[in-house]
Ligand binder design. Structure first.
Ligand SMILES: [Zn+2]
Length: 379
């Protein structure tokens, strides 16, 4: 059976489907690049042009007037975030609603899109606001080595959020329920045997309310560790293919990818916070970051955004390495290369994936290896 012959594998993309997937991915790529540019330009303008005048204007209101006022910081943060929300709204709507519908990938009603967009923005503003307040409290009150303390705090926040995300945040957007299929339960239980992942931890994720795309993921830490299998995947994949996807998620669990990601996150946050220390001192013309003015908040947001964009090729390379490890694990665990192949062809077809994207795009932006590379692993 050769991979290039669609007749041999009914799940393989036809030439027309392949061309359509390419078009879809080109548009998505353009949207991603424009979105990144909007973020950088907007935050850059806020940091270097508008921060001081905005801060001076806010300081005219008596309750916000104090030198390092937390209240003024909250006000400034809300203005920057709401501005960002409005500036990025047209592209958000185009890329997540219009394009997805154009390519027949979305099941989302306009009302549901608006609800999810509003909810994710509220969450970002509330969570982001708390994190920024905490960060500035540490900068102001913990001395010259504040960036060490901030990295330790970042670790604690990552662990707490890692634990809470699958039980508190994911259910806000998707219906999460235990898998109610006894036969599937038994199969997955058999696969999970000896890996330390209990079958209580496998859930059905209601993706079909929003999308045709199939997906699965491993989420959570400790007692909240679980595998979330999209209902789209459970309905459209054969039991053997579901085994392969589930075994891939098991691979992430067995290779301890989540704790490893938290560890690299702490290392990069250490570098990021130290960079912020230097940038604040330079920008404000002060000798220590403890004297940072409220107006340096947009600069901190800009620096963190630029820094994470710069680091993303490295982070993506690590992620692709983890994905390959999990793919190898799935192949070894299931010993069923033909189910592995058809699962990935099905994923490519349902998600309209470009199976052979440009290598530069992969290096810069992709957290997963191209499907062609993942398929080759089965040979
Ligand atoms: Zn994976």
């Amino acid at each position: 059976m050769t991979q290039a012959d669609p007749a041999a594998n009914p799940d393989e993309q036809t030439p027309e489907q392949r061309a359509e997937a390419r078009r879809y991915n080109h548009i998505s790529l353009a949207c991603t690049l424009v979105d990144m540019s909007i973020d950088l330009v907007y935050l850059g303008l806020m940091a270097f042009v508008f921060a001081r005048p905005l801060d001076a204007w806010l300081a005219r209101f008596a309750p916000l007037a104090a030198d390092q006022s937390m209240l003024r910081m909250i006000a400034l943060f809300c203005i920057v975030m709401i501005g960002h929300m409005l500036v990025s709204l047209p592209l958000s709507f185009y890329s997540h609603y219009v394009v997805e519908h154009q390519f027949g990938l979305s099941n989302q009603s306009l009302a549901r899109w608006v609800r999810n967009w509003s909810l994710s923005n509220v969450l970002t503003i509330v969570l982001g606001g708390l994190l920024n307040l905490g960060l500035f409290w540490i900068i102001w009150h913990t001395g010259a080595y504040w960036w060490l303390i901030a990295a330790a705090a970042f670790f604690v926040v990552s662990v707490v959020l890692g634990q809470l995300a699958p039980v508190l945040i994911v259910p806000l957007f998707y219906k999460v329920e235990p898998i109610d299929n006894a036969e599937l339960d038994a199969r997955l239980k058999e696969l999970a045997k000896g890996t330390g992942l209990t079958i209580e931890g496998v859930y059905r994720l209601g993706l079909s309310a929003d999308t045709q795309k199939a997906n699965a993921m491993l989420a959570g830490l400790g007692s909240t560790r679980r595998v979330l299998m999209g209902d789209t995947l459970l309905e459209k994949f054969t039991p053997d293919e579901i085994d392969v996807i589930f075994a891939h998620e098991l691979g992430h669990h067995v290779h301890k990818h989540i704790p490893k990601m938290i560890a690299t996150g702490v290392l990069t946050s250490l570098a990021g916070f130290y960079l912020i220390d230097r940038v604040i001192v330079w920008w404000a013309g002060i000798s220590t970051a403890a004297a940072a003015p409220v107006a340096s908040l947009p600069l901190v947001m800009f620096t963190l955004t630029a820094f994470s964009l710069l680091l993303s090729p490295l982070q993506n390379a690590i992620s692709r390495f983890y994905e390959r490890q999990s793919d190898r694990y799935a192949l070894a665990r299931t010993s069923n290369p033909s189910a592995y192949r058809s699962a990935f062809w099905k994923l490519a077809r349902l998600n309209k994936a470009d199976t052979e994207p440009h290598p530069l795009e992969v290096i810069m932006l992709h957290s997963h290896p191209p499907i062609s590379e993942r398929l080759a692993m089965a040979d």
